[in-house]
Write a protein that binds this ligand. Structure first.
Ligand SMILES: NC(=O)c1ccc[n+]([C@@H]2O[C@H](COP(=O)([O-])OP(=O)(O)OC[C@H]3O[C@@H](n4cnc5c(N)ncnc54)[C@H](O)[C@@H]3O)[C@@H](O)[C@H]2O)c1
Ligand SMILES: O=c1ccn([C@@H]2O[C@H](COP(=O)(O)OP(=O)(O)O[C@H]3O[C@H](CO)[C@H](O)[C@H](O)[C@H]3O)[C@@H](O)[C@H]2O)c(=O)[nH]1
Length: 324
C-alpha cells in the first residue's frame, strides 16, 4: 500500500514507519520536525517536511491510507498553553481528515491515548469507560476521536483510534529521544547513563500497594504490530466497519518503584530516588483492558516483561547515539 505517516520522525511514528517499510509498504512521512528528528525517518521512506495542517497539498488519490501520529503531547504544557493543543491536535486533525475527503482516501489510523479517560474508577479500563480527561491534551485527543467518529458515520471513512497506555522501549535504532522528556523510563535511565543524579518519585502516598502511581507499560514494537493490524482492519470488509476504538496495553500494572527496580536490574546501577510532590493530574492507577484489540484485531503483544521493555530502551540509549 501507499501510506502517509504523519509524525513519522517522532518516537512512535518512526517505529511504526519502520515496521510498515519492512512489511513492504510504500511510506511517505509528513513531519514538521517540531519534536521529531530527520534521521529517525527510515531510509526507505520518503520524507516531506511539512505540517498536517497543509496535508491536502501533500496527499493525492494514490494514497491508500493515512496513519496519524503528529501531535503535541506534553500534558503539563497542555495546561499552560492549551491553545497550542486545540490548534495542533484538533485543528491539525480536522485539516487532515478534510484532506482525506478531498482526495477520496477512506482508511485512517489515529494515535489516541489513555489520557482521554482521566482518572476512571474502574480497572482495568474498557473502551466504553466514561471519557473525562483531566487536562487539555487528553481533551484534545478525545475531541479528535469524536471528530473521526462523525466523519466515519457521515462520509464512509473507516478508521481505528488506538488508545495507547504507557509506551516504552525501542526498536533497533528507533527509540525515544524527546528534547523535553517527561516519561519515567527514559528519565530513570538517565541516571545510569550519567546525565541525572536520581529519580524523582512524584507522590508516595497514592492508594496503591507501594504508594506510587501504577501504569501499564507497553513495548513500542508491540504497539507497532497493533498499527499494522489496525490498518488491515480498515480494509473493506475488515473489523473497522466505521470507527473502531481499541485500547493498547498489557493489562498489568507496574508502580514507579517497580520501574526503578527494573532499571536497577537491567543496568546494574544503584539508581537513587528522592520523594517529590505529586504531579498535577496524575491518576493513581491506569491499566488497560485490551480485550477488544485482541478479539477484533487479533493483536498478541509478545514483549510484556517490564525488564525486557527497559532493556530495549537502555540499549537504544547506550548504542543508539553511536549510530546516529
Ligand atoms: N509516547 C507515548 O507514551 C504516547 C502515549 C499515548 C499517545 N501518544 C500519541 O502518539 C503520538 C506520537 O507520540 P510520540 O511520543 O511519538 O511523540 P513525538 O513528539 O516523538 O512525535 C510526534 C511527531 O509529530 C510531529 N508533529 C507535531 N505536530 C505536527 C504537525 N502539526 N505537523 C507535522 N508534524 C507534526 C513532531 O515533529 C514529531 O516528529 C502522539 O499523537 C501522541 O499524542 C503517545
Ligand atoms: O520523573 C518522573 C517521571 C514520572 N513519574 C511518574 O511515573 C508515572 C508515569 O509517568 P509518565 O510521564 O512516564 O507517563 P504518564 O502516565 O504520565 O503518561 C502517559 O499516559 C498519559 C495518560 O494519562 C498520556 O497518554 C501520556 O502521553 C503517556 O505518556 C507517573 O505516575 C508519574 O508521576 C515519576 O514519578 N517521576
Amino acid at each position: 500500500m501507499r501510506l502517509m505517516v504523519t509524525g513519522g520522525a517522532g518516537y512512535v511514528g518512526s517505529v511504526v514507519a519502520a515496521h510498515l517499510v519492512e512489511a513492504g509498504h510504500d511510506v511517505v512521512v509528513l513531519d514538521d520536525l517540531s519534536t521529531g528528528h530527520r534521521d529517525a525517518v527510515p531510509e526507505k521512506a520518503e520524507f516531506v517536511r511539512g505540517r498536517v495542517q497543509d496535508a491536502a497539498g501533500h496527499l493525492d488519490a494514490s494514497f491508500d491510507a493515512v496513519l496519524h501520529f503528529a501531535a503535541s503531547s506534553l500534558v503539563g504544557e497542555s495546561v499552560t498553553h492549551p491553545g497550542k493543543y486545540w490548534h495542533n491536535n484538533v485543528g491539525g486533525s480536522l485539516a487532515l481528515l478534510d484532506a482525506l475527503r478531498t482526495h477520496g482516501i477512506d482508511r485512517f489510523v489515529f494515535s489516541s491515548t489513555a489520557a482521554v479517560y482521566g482518572a476512571p474508577e474502574v480497572s482495568p479500563i474498557p473502551e466504553d469507560a466514561p471519557s473525562a480527561p483531566t487536562n487539555p491534551y487528553g481533551a484534545s485527543k478525545a475531541a479528535v476521536d469524536q471528530l473521526i467518529a462523525s466523519y466515519c458515520a457521515a462520509y464512509g471513512l473507516r478508521a481505528v483510534s488506538l488508545r495507547y497506555f504507557n509506551v516504552a522501549g525501542a526498536y533497533g535504532r528507533y527509540g525515544e529521544r524527546h528534547t523535553t522528556e517527561t516519561h519515567l523510563i527514559p528519565l530513570a535511565l538517565q541516571v545510569p547513563h550519567g546525565t541525572r543524579g536520581s529519580v524523582a518519585l512524584y507522590g508516595t502516598d497514592y492508594p496503591t500497594p507501594d504508594g506510587t502511581c501504577v501504569r501499564d507499560y507497553i513495548h513500542v514494537a508491540d504497539l507497532a504490530d497493533a498499527h499494522l493490524l489496525a490498518l488491515d482492519a480498515t480494509a473493506e470488509g475488515g473489523a473497522a466497519t466505521g470507527h473502531l476504538v481499541c485500547n493498547l496495553g498489557n493489562g498489568t500494572g507496574f508502580s514507579v518503584r517497580d520501574v526503578v527496580d527494573a532499571v536497577r536490574a537491567v543496568t546494574g546501577c544503584a539508581v537513587p530516588t528522592h520523594e517529590a510532590p505529586r504531579r498535577a493530574g496524575d491518576p493513581p492507577v491506569l491499566v488497560a483492558s485490551a480485550d477488544r484489540a485482541r478479539e477484533l484485531l487479533g493483536w498478541r503483544p509478545s514483549r510484556t516483561s517490564l525488564e525486557d521493555i527497559v532493556a530495549d530502551a537502555w540499549s537504544f540509549l547506550r548504542e543508539g547515539e553511536a549510530g546516529r
